[in-house]
Design a protein around this ligand. Structure first.
Ligand code: K7E
Ligand code: CUA
Length: 661
């Protein structure tokens, strides 16, 4: 930004402040006039300018991923992942339905909690972002050249895929661990025989080859609740740390029964040792039913593969692959600092923040400083791995992020604040209130070796009085703080979609240059593609009618179709002939029991329609694509079943050509 622009901004922000005064004076303001102007200036992205960061916020129970610009907080896009998305037909059109197939059938929704950008040598590389589906255990890959979900892998033997999809330093693996232990394999057993039958599992999923996600192995672990995870680096390279709670193994009233033990555990997995053990034949290929859904780059059609087995290893059979680190109390977050030396747990009910040392852990393992064993897994002595505790941090510590300058930032759910502390001395150095009940925090690059720093984003669970009310359901909210100085400074509130849990942000430069602007028509391998209007037409195969159609500014070809009958399954395959950026066409037809199609340039999308009544059905383009967009329309004539009206389509504009009947 030039100096001139900056000064103009300052001036503009002054005007904003005057308008905002009423609210600022009314109470929870953000300080002085000058303070507000400075805040506005820091987050204001002038018309025509762009944000410096992409932020990807999980959509929680919305099942999707939100793309925001930072520092402005502007919503740029919703990427459909686990939920059907009528806006662009994801999960409704014939090409993408298979993405939502599972071993339970078609599951059109999930609860998306965590995001993980792909990494190379411990830094974000901008290739993909991975996300988890918590309810029907799944992980997904989103390609950041197209901002599309291109792969989904279901996780067997999991009930609540929560500790997921955290990534290793070169994206060798993403992980999945189960929040709810279940019988493994899942079967019909009495619930109160939990301790006998219920198991946890920790899965390592190969992730560095697009289209080839696969469960390398599942480590079977005690029936606790596994909550979050983070990969090690530096001295903890090769390790993955998982928090667990409910070490009591309660199966009812967990609010009381899983809060008995003073300490639960961090499960520290040496995944190279586990991998070697699995490769050495110590595992068992167990039957398991799950799906691997892949989106083909050239046909742009998803297919769902049925998987039938998974490699399982038992902790006891693979000594050295997993250790328990006692950790107070019902820990939630597990976070590793940029150097890889410190592992921080957020104990929801703990009065301190425990900080483990990777170096001490390795030494304690070498010296066998164990206090016991749990189902064959050594339990290290608390003191043997502890670097120290942050005293009186606040109430309800959940998640910690790092700025790369030696400071950690922990969210305090109960006392609604962000607490900044020194990683080495573990002294609290600053606090900032959040509005209200903060869950995850996110520092751009905070999970990498080199945090980008500058901001911390707090994602809040409760907003109460922060926004204009919208009935019983109020918006969720994020808050952006400046962290470049000694003290955190609140810059911005912005509403979010669904309930964001975790998020990632990345320097926009790592993503913008790799954008796909359109799909090449010449490379379109969809079996029903029409690469020109000459290739369009209609065809009947029994009760199925295929319509091959093209869309280009500003007409469909064909745009008059006759001879469709009530009860036919009509498959309209629309190819967008445009070869230019930002020219999608839409397609919708009266009474269709599905969403529209939104067809990107060069791709083919299919709408399934079973007309129920005779009549003439208008169809039209839903995306205002040109000055003659309103003219982009047509008709389908539907006759009673058994009618003698021939199937025809005006495949060339104006001329009434016969379809292949
Ligand atoms: Cu919301 Cu990461 Cu599911 Cu904590 S989790 S807040
Ligand atoms: Cu095409 Cu509007």
């Amino acid at each position: 930004m030039s100096f001139l622009t900056r000064s103009r901004l300052l001036f503009g922000a002054g005007a904003l402040t005057v308008l905002g005064l009423g609210y600022a004076c009314a109470g929870r303001g953000s300080g002085s006039l000058a303070g507000t102007a400075e805040m506005a200036q820091r987050v204001y992205v002038a018309p025509g300018e762009k944000d410096e960061l992409y932020a990807f916020l999980s959509g929680g129970f919305g099942g999707q991923l939100g793309v925001y610009g930072l520092p402005s907080g502007r919503l740029l896009r919703t990427i459909p992942v686990f939920s059907q998305h009528a806006e662009n037909g994801y999960g409704y059109n014939e090409e993408t339905k298979a993405m939502l197939e599972t071993s339970y059938g078609f599951v059109p929704w999930d609860d998306l909690h965590h995001t993980a950008l792909s990494q190379t040598e411990g830094d974000d590389d901008g290739r993909w972002i991975f996300v988890n589906g918590n309810n029907t255990p799944r992980v997904a890959r989103i390609d950041l050249t197209t901002f599309e979900t291109t792969e989904i892998l279901e996780i067997p033997n999991a009930g609540g895929n929560h500790a997921s999809p955290f990534v290793t330093g070169n994206t060798e693996y993403i992980v999945s661990s189960t929040r709810f232990s279940i019988p493994v394999p899942n079967r019909d057993v009495p619930i109160d025989e939990y301790k006998k039958f219920f198991k946890g599992q920790i899965s390592f999923i190969t992730a560095d080859q697009p289209g080839k996600m696969d469960i390398a192995f599942q480590l079977i672990v005690p029936g606790f609740n596994y909550d979050l995870a983070r990969a090690g680096k530096g001295p903890s390279d090769g390790w993955m740390f998982f928090t667990s709670y409910n070490s009591e193994q309660a199966n009812t009233l967990l609010e009381v029964n899983a809060s008995q033990n003073d300490k639960d555990y961090i499960a520290a997995v040496n995944y190279r040792a586990a991998e070697a053990c699995a490769k050495a034949g110590k595992g068992v290929r167990a039957p398991a039913e799950y799906r691997h859904n892949i989106f083909d780059e050239f046909s742009r059609i998803a297919r769902s593969e049925r998987m039938t087995s998974v490699l399982q290893i038992q902790a006891a059979a693979c000594p050295g692959s997993i250790y328990f680190l006692p950790t107070p109390k019902s820990p939630h977050g597990a976070d590793v600092d940029p150097t890889g030396e410190y592992i921080v747990a957020g104990g929801k009910l703990a009065t301190v923040i425990p900080v483990h040392s990777a170096t001490k852990m390795l030494k304690a393992i070498a010296e066998r400083q164990f206090e016991g064993e749990l189902e064959g897994i050594p339990v290290l002595k608390y003191e043997s791995t502890l670097a120290g505790e942050v005293q009186e941090p606040g109430l309800g510590p959940l998640h910690t992020e790092f700025d790369g300058q030696g400071f950690a930032y922990t969210s305090m759910f109960i006392s609604s604040e962000v607490v900044k502390w020194n990683v080495e001395t573990r002294q609290v150095v600053d606090r900032a209130p959040t509005f209200y009940s903060v869950g995850h925090l996110m520092i751009p690059g905070g999970a990498t070796r080199h945090p980008y720093g500058r901001y911390v984003l707090a994602m809040n669970k409760i907003t109460k009085d922060r926004y204009l009310p919208t009935g019983p359901e109020l918006t969720q909210s994020a808050q952006l703080y400046d962290i470049t100085g000694e003290k955190m400074k609140l810059l911005l509130d912005f509403p979010t979609q669904g309930e964001p849990h975790y998020a990632n942000a990345i320097d926009a430069k790592k993503v913008v240059d790799r954008q796909v602007k359109f799909y090449k028509l010449a490379e379109n391998r969809h079996p029903m593609v029409s690469r020109s209007e000459r290739e369009t037409g209609v065809e009947r195969a029994g009760r199925v009618v295929h319509v091959r159609m093209t869309a280009i500014r500003s007409h469909f070809a064909p745009d008059n179709i006759e001879g469709v009958q009530v009860g036919d399954t009509v498959l309209v395959h629309v190819t967008n002939l445009e070869q230019d950026w930002d020219v999608p066409h839409g397609f919708a037809i009266l009474g269709a029991n599905t969403s529209e199609l939104l067809i990107m340039p060069g791709e083919t999308r299919t709408l399934r329609w079973i007309p129920r009544k005779p009549g003439v059905y208008p169809m039209y383009c839903t995306d205002f694509c040109s000055a003659l967009h309103q003219e982009m329309q047509g008709y389908v004539r539907v006759s009673p079943a058994g009618s003698t009206v021939a199937l025809t389509a005006n495949t060339r504009r104006g001329a009434q050509a016969r379809g292949t009947n």
